[in-house]
Write a protein that binds this ligand. Structure first.
Ligand SMILES: [Zn+2]
Length: 608
């Protein structure tokens, strides 16, 4: 089956009836411009799931599930992207033409190259030359069903298996390089990056192959694991091994299991826990946390029982807790991985180990207390060590419950512990007390962000600008952009406004000339994508009485005036400074006043 051309996907998206389709699964009621219902992706009693048929988009204010009609089928029905498009196309009577490789976008070329390599690796595993690889997989306990389910393949110990397969498929070696399949020879020409390895395809949620991981077959072959590198379609910080297969099990089990390796994820799936995914040679990131949070609130972490594993678990908590995830820590006997455990103890024992795993933060608290909490100093250290983790929990009730437990475990005064936690909450951006701050502190997803110091009414105004720009991106002139750059505060909503303007300029628009949020989604950060849906899905802020562009101009002007007012205060402070060139300061003040007057601001303060 060939790739589906982008124009056909667009046609399917434009013609599909998002209300009708989602309405089959969710009872929707009209509320202004959008329709509301109980979210099918998380449990809720009051509707926070919004569908806007004008924008062909849905967004849930409860769990941040979002997307278009195709995305809904992918996430809700667990279809792959092509399956979802084909399903809708069939319903709408749209024919899908086979594509010419010259018309494909760069990313589509990369996907095509990876598909060719995948077919080639699969074939090599079945061929006589794949004997050694098949024996190795058998030794690791993988039967044919698992091998097929995870689409495992084999890269022969040769330099040009993929080189030739790409050549035969008419895919240029540049694309092979870009997709990470090939390396360049110093003498010119190319060779296969992965050789003599069992191959695990890494797929995105749509089921497209985005990268490969290879496990060495030879005993002295280094490194033991080798991945294809990051590429335009493969970002380690977002990728999970086994994600597409795990989506439906995650929904059914109401949890996800995170482990470290391909064999771990497969072992868990073989033991009946298909909700397991593995990170791809990287620590868990905030992007991972957000992707998981959209699908479940419960996570089980499965790391090695050694001290490196314990540290990795605590680092993972720093990322996962702020995202509102509830985390359990599964501990295997030291020196054993899930694979060994499955073989030695059986599937039921492994499942029991996961099901009965203790709460991860509870475990960290107990460990900190066990490390010593006899002297006052020891108690204080134990509390301060765990405080940042407790403080990072967004839900205040849960947070205070853990705070109580921390006090109990260290036998410290509950009120004092509570106050340390409160201090850590306030200190988190920026950290006020270095001892309480996390090492390598990053902006916390889901909690305080750069918008913290911006007032509600300003946020509302920025939302309104964003919405207007998303409806009329073509109206943003260079001068207008310049003015907005100067006027608007530095925050995520402002970045969204410019992302909308850019998307418009680059042609990511629907038939009505509005920004197509789905199309821009892959080009912006997850945070901005999230905001984009949030803004367009409910168009209640769109002005109806006054022309929209006039409203926008007024709001920008107000921000600008406020800015100039602040600048004025700063300049006037310099008037009191004897080291300043007073004539120049007064000159600057006049220039500022002229600008304020031109913008229609009051000039009463000029003589003071
Ligand atoms: Zn939801």
């Amino acid at each position: 089956m060939g790739l589906i051309p982008e124009t056909t996907i667009q046609e399917v998206r434009d013609r599909a009836d998002i209300l009708g389709l989602i309405g089959r699964h969710v009872e929707l009621k009209q509320a202004g411009q959008s329709w509301k219902g109980l979210c099918p992706f998380h449990d809720e009693k009051t509707p926070s799931f919004n569908v806007n048929p004008n924008r062909q988009a849905y967004y849930c204010f409860g769990c941040q599930a979002k997307g278009d009609v195709i995305g809904f089928l992918v996430d809700h029905e667990n279809l792959t992207f092509p399956e979802a498009v084909r399903t809708l196309a069939a319903e709408l009577g749209i024919e899908i033409p086979e594509t010419d490789s010259r018309e494909r976008s760069d990313n589509e070329k990369i996907y095509a190259a990876l598909e060719v390599a995948q077919a080639c690796y699969r074939e090599a595993l079945r061929a006589p030359g794949g004997q050694g690889a098949r024996e190795y997989l058998e030794r690791r306990g993988l039967d044919d069903a698992s091998i097929d389910r995870f689409q495992i393949g084999y890269a022969p110990d040769a330099w040009d298996t993929v080189v030739r397969a790409l050549e035969k498929a008419g895919i240029p070696s540049d694309t092979g390089m870009l997709s990470g399949l090939l390396n360049e020879r110093a003498s010119g020409g190319h060779y296969d990056r992965l050789r003599g390895r069992v191959i695990f395809p890494i797929q995105d949620v749509r089921g497209r192959v985005i990268a490969f991981g290879g496990r060495a077959l030879g005993a002295d072959q280094e490194p033991k694991y080798l991945n294809t590198p990051e590429s335009p379609v493969y970002h380690k910080r977002r990728a999970f091994y086994g994600f597409p297969h795990a989506l439906e099990p995650i929904r059914r089990a109401g949890r996800a299991i995170i482990c470290e390796g391909y064999f771990d994820a497969i072992a868990l799936a073989r033991a009946g826990m298909g909700e397991a995914v593995a990170t791809c040679g990287t620590a868990l990131t905030a992007d991972h946390a957000r992707d998981l949070r959209r699908r479940t609130s419960a996570l089980s972490l499965l790391f090695d029982g050694d001290s490196a594993g314990k540290k990795a678990m605590e680092r993972a908590l720093e990322i996962l807790l702020p995202a509102g995830l509830r985390v359990r820590a599964v501990s295997l006997p030291e020196g054993q991985d899930p694979d060994d455990y499955l073989v030695e103890e059986g599937a039921e024992a492994l499942a029991a180990l996961v099901d009965r795993a203790p709460d991860a933060l509870e475990l960290v608290i107990r460990r900190a207390a066990a490390a010593g909490s006899t002297t006052p100093a020891e108690k204080a250290d134990a509390v301060r060590r765990v405080a940042p983790l407790v403080a990072s929990i967004p839900d205040p009730v849960e947070r205070s419950e853990y705070s109580r437990r921390l006090a109990l475990a260290t036998n410290a005064d509950a009120t004092a512990v509570e106050s340390v936690i409160r201090g850590a909450v306030q200190g988190q951006s920026p950290p006020a007390n270095p001892r309480v701050s996390l090492e390598g502190n990053q902006p916390r997803p889901g909690s305080a962000d750069s918008e913290a110091e911006i007032g509600e009414s300003e946020k509302r105004h920025l939302r309104q600008i964003a919405l207007i720009v998303s409806r009329h991106p073509e109206k943003v002139t260079d001068a207008q952009a310049e003015e907005m750059h100067e006027a608007l505060p530095n925050c995520a909503l402002t970045r969204l406004i410019f992302a909308f303007a850019d998307a418009g300029a680059e042609g990511f628009i629907d038939a009505e000339g509005r920004v197509d949020v789905r199309a821009m989604e892959e080009r912006v950060s997850p945070e901005i994508a999230d905001l984009a849906y949030k803004v367009v899905v409910d168009e209640g802020l769109y002005p109806t009485d006054t022309p929209a562009w006039e409203v926008l101009t007024q709001i920008v002007r107000r921000f600008l005036l406020k800015n100039l007012g602040m600048q004025k205060k700063m300049i006037k402070r310099r008037l009191d400074d004897p080291d300043e060139d007073q004539d120049r300061v007064i000159q600057e003040l006049h220039v500022l006043e002229d600008r304020r007057r031109a913008l229609g601001g009051d000039t009463m303060g000029r003589s003071t």
